[in-house]
Design a protein around this ligand. Sequence first.
Ligand code: 5GP
Ligand code: MG
Length: 177
Amino acid sequence: MIRDIDRILIARGAISDRVRSLGEAITKHLEDVDADQEIALVAVMTGSLIFVADLMRHLPMKIRIQLMTASSYIGKSTQTNSDPVIGKLPNVKDMHVLLVDDILDSGKTLTRIRGKLQELNPKSIQSCVLLRKKLPSAMEVPCEYVGFEIEDEFVVGYGLDYDGYYRNFPDIGVICP
Ligand code: 5GP
Ligand code: MG
């Protein structure tokens, strides 16, 4: 185990069970969508890298995978920046969009991205995050699918980083103070 991980919060087995059930719930919803309509899975990099790779394999329908970037931290910080930097938006006009991100914290990233995608006239938008912090700011953001609710502490692993490290850690954990 990586020495800097203080404790495991969500183990890989629990993550994989939950990702499967999220996939089933999303599939149930998307199956009702007209088969001629395009479905776009828009994944926010880099934190959702592993989550989206696992999730998409539980979505058996025809979907277009589109990646975009957002970053909220300046260097070695565990506090999100007031204004996330959003990269190039994918074209989602007339598509049903599933927006996927790793974690809802202040909610600024998902709110900004969902707002910007909405301006591109998609048919519909739903959001899915693996984690949501139990904070008023995070709970207020519309999000149709949430993997786990967690306390307000800084987590790493399963795609989530601290200063670029620990994304490869297979469980979700808390780093040593
Ligand atoms: P928000 O805009 O909701 O404050 O933050 C969203 C982004 O900040 C997430 O997509 C994620 O990249 C990063 N973030 C927020 N909380 C955490 C955390 O506890 N751990 C890590 N590694 N990243 C976080
Ligand atoms: Mg992110």
